[in-house]
Write a protein that binds this ligand. Structure first.
Ligand SMILES: [Mg+2]
Length: 234
């Protein structure tokens, strides 16, 4: 495969691919309440942030001098999330399934991730949506995950580094697809483009104003989105 260039389509998950009806957030708080019984936590915005960053902000509110490691929270959160999503399954947003399959079928493209979710949470969510196999590359998707940094800034760069480590000599271009200014920013940190999707908390104008190379209202027009992704990644 050496010499070929692959284009990684690096997907944000929440608000871009899925509508979780708030179950991800409810599972997050339910996990905190199991780890810190009797404590209450403020309701904070989660869009565009990492699980690691949200955990640190909220766990501090519990007032414990020795916070458990994020991995302790994560192990329990993955189980709680799986229960919550089984009881109230998430939906793929309009066109997302078709576009993921079109990217998977495209000879020059590969589905990857830049998500604030930590790895196990990512797996639970994508399995609940039935699209995990469209990312799995020998069982492990290429991506940047939110288990070690407070915000998404470095995650697209890390996804490209992960690709280079796994496939030395196989060049990759990349494009981020996301619904928040943080997705645009992490694309810029990596020196790549971003397709903004106004399916979450931010308007097309807001995503355009922070520098997205292109912005669309949703993912429903598969053929033109494939062309747009080719153009942005060029
Ligand atoms: Mg999002």
């Amino acid at each position: 495969m050496s010499g070929e260039t692959t284009t990684l389509v690096l997907w944000d998950i929440d608000g871009t691919l899925l509508d979780g009806h708030g179950e991800g957030k409810r599972a997050f708080y339910a996990t905190l309440e199991r780890l810190f019984p009797g404590k209450t936590f403020s309701d904070i915005p989660m869009a565009g942030r990492t699980d690691f960053g949200i955990w640190h902000e909220l766990a501090r509110e519990a007032g414990a001098s020795d916070l458990p490691a994020f991995s302790v929270f994560g192990e329990l959160y993955a189980k709680v999330l799986e229960e919550f999503l089984a009881a109230n399954p998430p939906w793929l947003l309009a066109g997302a399934g078709e576009l993921l399959r079109a990217v998977d079928a495209h000879p020059g493209f590969h589905n990857g991730l830049v998500t604030g979710n930590f790895f196990q949470g990512t797996r639970v969510k994508l399995q609940a949506l039935g699209v995990w196999d469209l990312f799995a590359l020998d069982g492990t998707p290429v991506g940047g995950y939110g288990d070690h940094v407070p915000d998404k800034g470095p995650l697209a760069r890390e996804a490209l580094e992960a690709w280079a480590a796994r496939f030395p000599g196989r060049e990759a271009k990349a494009v981020v697809v996301g619904d928040t200014p943080e997705d645009v920013r992490c694309a810029k940190v990596a020196g790549i483009g971003c397709l903004g999707v106004a399916t979450g908390d931010y308007s097309m104008q807001a995503l355009s104003d922070c520098g997205a190379e292109a912005v669309v209202p949703d993912l429903s027009d598969t053929a033109s989105l494939i062309e747009l992704l080719e153009r942005i990644a060029a």
